[in-house]
Each structure stands twice: as structure tokens, then as C-alpha cells.
Write a protein that binds this ligand. Sequence first.
Ligand SMILES: Nc1ncnc2c1ncn2[C@@H]1O[C@H](COP(=O)(O)OP(=O)(O)O)[C@@H](O)[C@H]1O
Ligand SMILES: [Mg+2]
Length: 507
Amino acid sequence: MVLIEKDFDWRLRVFDSMSFPTLILKSDKTIIAANEIFLKQIDQRLSQVAGKTCKEIFRQHFPYQHFSCTDKQCPLQKTIKYKTGQSVLLKIKDPDGKERWEDRVFSPILGDDGEVKYVIESFRDVTRVKTLEKMYSGVWELIDKVVQSSVQAIIAADRSGTIILMNHAAEELFGYSVTDARTFNIEDFYPQGTAREIMKKLRDENFGGRGKLPLTTVNIVTQNGVEVPVEMTAAIIYEDEKEAATAAIFNDLREKQAVEKKLMETQSQLVQSEKMASLGRLAAGVAHEINNPLTSILLYGNMMQEKLETGHPLRKNLDYVLEDAGRCKEIVKNLLAYSRQTNPSKKIFQLNKLVEEGLRLIHDQKRFMNVKVVKELSADPIFINADINQLCQIVINLIINALDAMEGTGTLTFRVYQGKEREKAFLEVIDTGSGIPEENISKIFDPFFTTKELGKGTGLGLSMAYGIMEENQGRIFVKKTGPEGTTIMLELPSARIPKDILYLSIG
Ligand SMILES: Nc1ncnc2c1ncn2[C@@H]1O[C@H](COP(=O)(O)OP(=O)(O)O)[C@@H](O)[C@H]1O
Ligand SMILES: [Mg+2]
């Protein structure tokens, strides 16, 4: 309980001890009281101030303060009208040029009739608060700029999962704009169940600590429903120990994965090339050793065959010997091609011609049975500089392989085209056959690898093709294979020919 001395007007003491200048005004704006600090500021006594309006006092003592006191704007007037406190924030430039902020607060004192009897007007210097506010907004602006210009995608969501922040990189990665994204939940940004899994890990002490998710690889879902692999880190933002929001940073992994894949392919190609080179040397050695005795076998065998009349009991046996020796000769020829022991004779010709020639040279047209042949040749001439006979051998082999895989029915397509830069020429041989099992893809170019029954395949077709392509600065590889069929790709450098040669008839 507060004891009040009889003659002591404690209210005046309170008023005087207020640390900011304060006036008490009547509703006609005349001053009836001013506290000590106010009077000190204008170096006046109360008697010199009382009875004057606040406007008069301010004109006299602070003429540099440009605050228009029209009735409409006057907070005092509003205080009386609405019977509630009012305030006005003013930026004041003092005569010394210094700027400061002043908050003028008007509070009503109501009489017994409930009407406003007096108004207290106090002047508070809020320059410090304003300066801090400005500083913080500057810091915020900077943070915003840093976030927005980050190449990493950054998003934040509130506790319910609603997106509250999304930088430009995130807009690009997810395909949403911040305004769209606000109508979505963070769960829509991941495949089903992933968001929950991430939150579980975030809260788990054992995953990089509470509230943190160390670098993790996941898939996200973009606006058009595509899943994209990303590397992400995330954190829970706590306020007073409670989860307030989550923030996550993403790195698109598509490019990195593509580079890694390419690297792996190159590595396996390198291994394949090394394997081929050593097998090539071996094959060349064997072929050389066999070639001479084989030539004599065929020579003497043929001489004997000429001597033996048709009905001779040994004639049939000799025919078998010669037939098999012929097969051996074919194998040796392929082995030599594979090991690059033949000399290619290169000339410039059109790639379309290769398809026509290859098809023409297949002796046994019956092999095609019900297979439909489609030729998607190039409309513009594509020239290459290679040994057409060698390349025909390859095409024939690819056709035979495709026909074997289709077992009599299907479509065999030849597609001839050029790369964008016109640096490379392509020929695809596409079949609708059984496809090559995954485990065989790395073996099909090895000499003697065959899945065909004895006597049908030698396993030399593709290995020979590999050798020939290398010799002609080209490549052969499986572009696609599966139950729908196989696409074998031949890639060759396009020949650069001077324009005038184009008018000559080239192959
Ligand atoms: N178009 C194709 N479709 C399915 N398998 C194929 C195809 N081309 C090649 N192959 C597989 O590759 C193996 C090796 O082919 P190749 O070197 O031509 O030898 P060959 O035809 O004598 O077996 C074949 O036995 C077959 O298993
Ligand atoms: Mg073959």
C-alpha cells in the first residue's frame, strides 16, 4: 500500500521525474504543465510557457523543425476524437546538421464524464532504435543478396512445411517460382516418403547431430514431375528450443554424374582397347603361323581333287578336307583383319553407298526370310575416307548378326546421318532381335566369343569389325540393346573435301 502525505502532490513529482520532456495540454492545445526536463531544454520557467499552445512554443524554440501542425494531421486532435493514445514519428534535423528521430506520444486523460479533459504529450528520442533498425535491415538486405545469388539452391520451409524462402537457383532447379511454391508443401518437392525420412534424420542425434543433416544424396521432384538426383544438407532452425523452420541447400548432381559416367565409359574403353591390342598380337602370330601350311593344304588338296575322278571313293573325304580348310582360310583372313595386318586402301565415298553395297554383297538372300529392310539414308551426301571393301565386310557381318538375332522375322533398319558439327558420320544398324545380355556386352568384340552353335558362328565378326574401325579412325559400339532389339553404331570421321571435288562423281 502506498502512503500519501497530505500536502504532498506525488503526481507532480512523478511528472517532473520523467526522463523525457513532457507537456500536459488542454483540449484547446494550450499548455497547463511542462516537466522539468522540458523547461530545461528550452530554458524557460513554467509561467513563461503556461497558457501558450504547443505550436507557439515550438515555433519559438524549435523553428527548424518542419512539422506542419494542421488540425487534420494533429495527433492531439485525434487523441481527443478517438480517446486513445496517438503517436507520430518525426525525423528532425538539428541546427548542427545532426539527424535524429523523435517519437511524439499523445495520451488522453479522461474526466469523470468520460470525455478527454487533458492530453499528455511526451517527446522520446528513438534515434538509437532507428539506427539499429536501419543497421539490421542493411544486414538483412545483404543476407538476402548472398542467398539469392548463391549458385546452390536454397529453400526454407516453416514448421508446417510451407515454403517461405526460395532463391533463384532453387527456382531454376525445382521449376517453381517462390510465389507458386508458397502454395506447396515441402513434401511435394521429394518422392513419396523422402521428406519424412529427411526430417527423421534431421532430428536424429546420430546423423550429424541434432537438427543437422550431413551431405546426403537424394532425389527431388521438379514441377514437371521429373526426379533429379541432388546432394543436400539441411538444418532445423530452432526458436526458444522449439522447431521453427527447416532450411536446405541442394546441389544438382546431373552434370557430375554424367561426367562420372563418361569417365567410366572411357576407362572401360581403354581396358577394352588394351585387351584388343594384346589379343590382336596373339591372333596375328597364330594367323601367320597357320597361313602358310594352310595355303599348301589348299593347293595340294585342289591338285588332288582335279586328279580324282568324280566317282572315286576318296573324293567325298577330300571335299570335306577342302571345305574345312577353306573355312580355316576365312578365319585366318578375319584374324589378320582384326589384328590390322592387312593394308587398307582408302578412298572417299558416300556413306549411303556402304549400305547398298553391303546388302548387295550378301550372297544368300534366303537368309532374310520375313525380315523387312528399312533404309533411312541421308538426303545430303555424307563422305568418308575409308577402305570400302573392309567396311563392307563389317556391314555384312552386322547384317548376319542381326538376322541371326531376329530368327527370320522383324525389321532391319539402316540409319545414316551426320553429327551436328558435321565432323562425324554415323551408320546405325538396328534390329528387332533378341538383344545382347548385359553380361555379354563387354565380350562381344573379343575374338572367338560367340553364343552361336558350333559351325554357325566363329566369334570373329565383331572383333574383326573392331580392328577395321580402329584402322579407319572410327569406332564401333553397342548404342542400345534390350528385348526390343539391338542398335550397333559405326562412327567415322567425315571426310573434308574441297567444294570443286563435289562436282566430280565420287563413289
Ligand atoms: N545384333 C545382335 N543381336 C544379338 N546378339 C548379337 C548381335 N550381334 C552380335 N551379337 C552377339 O555377339 C556375338 C559375337 O558376334 P560376332 O563377333 O559377329 O560372332 P558370331 O556372329 O560369329 O557369333 C554373337 O555370337 C552374339 O551373341
Ligand atoms: Mg557375326
